[in-house]
Design a protein around this ligand. Structure first.
Ligand code: ATP
Length: 283
């Protein structure tokens, strides 16, 4: 494997990529998962690779919903297991009521076992979804499979990096869907009752922090109202603002690089060229 230098400006992102690539080689992650990660990375760039204020608010609300839930379930796919098994275990420790269920778009028995093993090795004591005998209605193929002791009974489902059809199917069943998805335009984010537009690990760590901070003050069955369209709007705005200011930085950076650095030699005399002459001519 290539050695990565911690001095590389994108060191952390490269470490994550290397981890996912290794997980793909071991069969935990499918090639499609690598592409999905690339899509997420692009949106995280737009966010400046940090949680926006509205994401932090969404994470707070998510912690309260999970605490208020009677049967909260966290759904895990290959990417989530590869990237954040430790963070999943951390959240489960903070919220022992939380069930953790394997749910794979590309489901094979060996992948299900690999994901369950990754979670157990990280410290999740009980993993559901290995013998998933329930089904989500109106969904084709193995994507519909759910555990009768997990998602089938859940009142709140936390679904990181979920596919849009499944998120819609959960929503149709009247379950409260909390999505973690960096793409504010994805069907999952749009259909979620509580969309968290943030990077997976940052979101899980922050939700865990909020669960611990709440210290049992949330009332069971009491769900704070959430304005999901507003959260999405704010996420899009945070990205757009950053893109705009990034463009300005780039433009001024480019101008600066054209200017000779101070003391770098004799200043060149600016002679008006044909274009500037044209600009100065009276209209
Ligand atoms: P949908 O089916 O919901 O319309 P999609 O086709 O983009 O969306 P998938 O490819 O199934 O959905 O899921 C990947 C989603 O997860 C993408 O929207 C991507 O932005 C997001 N994503 C990928 N990696 C991360 C990550 N580390 N943290 C948060 N979100 C991520």
């Amino acid at each position: 494997m290539t050695r990565l230098s911690p001095r590389h400006p994108r060191y952390h992102s490269l470490v994550v990529r290397a981890r996912l690539a290794a997980a793909a080689r071991s069969g935990l992650v499918v090639p499609e998962g690598l592409i999905a990660h690339g899509r997420g990375e692009a949106f995280d760039y737009f966010l400046g690779e940090r949680s926006s204020r509205s994401a932090l608010r969404a994470e707070r609300a998510a912690a309260h919903w999970l605490l208020a839930a009677r049967w909260p379930v966290l759904s895990i796919n290959g990417n989530v297991a590869a990237l954040a098994a430790g963070e999943v275990a951390g959240l489960q420790r903070a919220l022992p009521n939380l069930r953790v269920e394997v749910n794979l778009f590309h489901r094979t028995p060996s992948r299900v076992r690999a994901v369950a093993l990754a979670l157990r090795s990280a410290g999740v004591p009980r993993v559901l979804g290995v013998n998933a005998r329930g089904r989500l209605p109106r969904l084709p193929s193995d994507r519909a499979r759910i555990d009768l002791r997990g998602i089938a009974r859940a009142d709140v489902c936390l679904v990181p990096l979920e596919d849009g059809d499944r998120a819609e199917a959960l929503h149709r069943r009247g379950q409260r869907v909390i999505a973690i998805d960096l793409n504010p335009l994805s069907r999952t984010a749009v259909v979620a009752d509580l969309p968290i537009v943030d990077e997976l690990r940052r979101a899980l760590v922050q939700i865990t922090r909020e669960v611990r901070r709440d210290g049992g003050r949330t009332r069971p069955g009491w769900f704070d109202p959430v304005d999901a369209p507003r959260l999405l709007r704010e996420a899009r705005r945070a990205m757009a603002d950053r893109l705009r200011s990034g463009t300005r930085e780039l433009a001024s950076g480019a101008r600066a690089s054209r200017r000779p650095a101070r003391g770098s030699g004799r200043p060149r005399r600016r002679t008006p060229g044909p274009r500037s002459r044209r600009r100065r001519s009276p209209r």
